[in-house]
Write a protein that binds this ligand. Structure first.
Ligand code: PEP
Ligand code: MN
Length: 349
């Protein structure tokens, strides 16, 4: 249950309220969301107790949320969250395009890619600085130097930057260079990292763990939200199944499912979901058709020479083709979304 407090609360009323809650053995966490001061109660409570809570003058309203994820649920917040990064809105009426190399390899490489993707209509520049690699013997990223290069390239071509943070100790430094913090699939349940990212205001791109259920995915988002950061962007990047042909299996189902259950925007990453550049185009278009708020895609001028993930990186021609194909599909896809929203609005009344 969520207990939403009044803007102006009398200290005595609040003390009484907390005393009622605590003396009944109910655990809670206080947070701020959508400008409201909220107590998230962890336990189920009896009706008589909820009435006593509701009657307290410090309380504006109470809300029962059936889902285990509270602040990320549509039950709590019906309208989709819109996240503004520079001039880009994620979760707005138009899906966004994020692209760039798997890893930032040199100043020249990131400038070349940024120029190309910006000219083709990308909104956000991606590029790994710290790389979570399956093998300790694989390229691990160039660190802070690379952060400076991607920040400068983004600035030069007017693209906000997204890059992965793997350690709490890197948040402060990266905060100077990136506009969106990416949490990689391998860290989706690194709860300490999530909590720290919850304490800052910058958007977090939370990638789904490769064996995470929908519940686990949203509970990870909840770790960030309940610390006070409301700017979480979800990302479906494929899950591990028995399928061997592709690196992962893209879970198309999760897009409409998330849209139904959560107000958080969700984007798709067909690069990591498929591991094969030739599959990135159709899978991306499928995800957008299913309702995704955007896509992130790996692009490299010479994929064969990429330091990481070359097999799944689009070359410039393939990236242009994807953007062109999306332009063709966008009209009908957005028309269908608008129709659905109109029907939904009518049903609500
Ligand atoms: C990446 O974006 O380069 C990456 C490592 O992604 P994931 O965490 O989804 O594997
Ligand atoms: Mn990659």
């Amino acid at each position: 249950m969520l207990v939403i407090l009044n803007k102006m609360v009398n200290k005595r009323d609040l003390e009484t309220l907390l005393q009622i809650i605590e003396s009944n053995g109910v655990e809670f966490k206080e947070t701020i969301n959508q400008g409201e001061r909220i107590l998230i109660l962890f336990n189920e409570i009896e009706e008589s107790l909820s009435r006593r809570i509701e009657e307290n003058p410090a309380v504006k309203s109470i809300k029962y949320i059936k889902q285990p994820f509270k602040l990320s649920s549509r039950e709590y917040k019906p309208e989709t969250t819109r996240i503004k990064v520079g001039n880009v809105i994620i979760g707005g009426s138009e899906p966004v395009i994020m692209s760039g190399p798997c890893s930032v390899e040199s100043e020249k490489q990131i400038l070349e890619i940024a120029e190309e993707v910006a000219s083709k209509g990308a909104h956000i520049l991606r590029g790994g600085i710290y790389k979570p690699r399956t093998s300790p013997y694989s390229f691990q990223g160039l660190g802070v130097e690379a952060a400076k290069w991607i920040a400068a390239a983004g600035k030069h071509y007017g693209l906000p930057v997204v890059s992965e943070v793997m350690e709490i100790s890197d948040i402060e430094t990266l905060n100077r260079y990136v506009d969106i913090f990416q949490v990689g699939a391998r860290n989706m349940q690194n709860f300490k990292l999530l909590k720290e990212l919850g304490k800052i205001n910058k958007p977090v791109l939370l990638k789904r763990g490769n064996s995470a259920t929908l519940n686990e995915f949203l509970m990870s988002a909840e770790y960030i939200l309940c610390e006070g950061n409301e700017n979480v962007i979800l990302c479906e990047r494929g899950i591990r199944t028995f399928v061997e042909y592709t690196r992962n299996t893209f879970d198309l189902n999760i897009i409409p499912a998330i849209k139904e259950l959560s107000h958080l925007p969700i984007i798709i990453d067909a690069s990591h979901a498929t591991g094969k550049c030739e599959l990135v185009n159709p899978v991306t278009l499928a995800g957008l058709t299913a309702g995704a708020d955007g896509f992130i895609v790996e692009v490299h001028p010479r994929p064969k020479e990429a330091f990481s993930d070359g097999e799944q990186s689009l070359n410039f021609a393939q990236f242009s083709q994807l953007v062109e194909d999306w332009k063709l599909l966008k009209g009908p896809v957005l028309a269908i979304r608008r129709n659905k929203q109109a029907v939904l609005k009518q049903a609500i009344g």
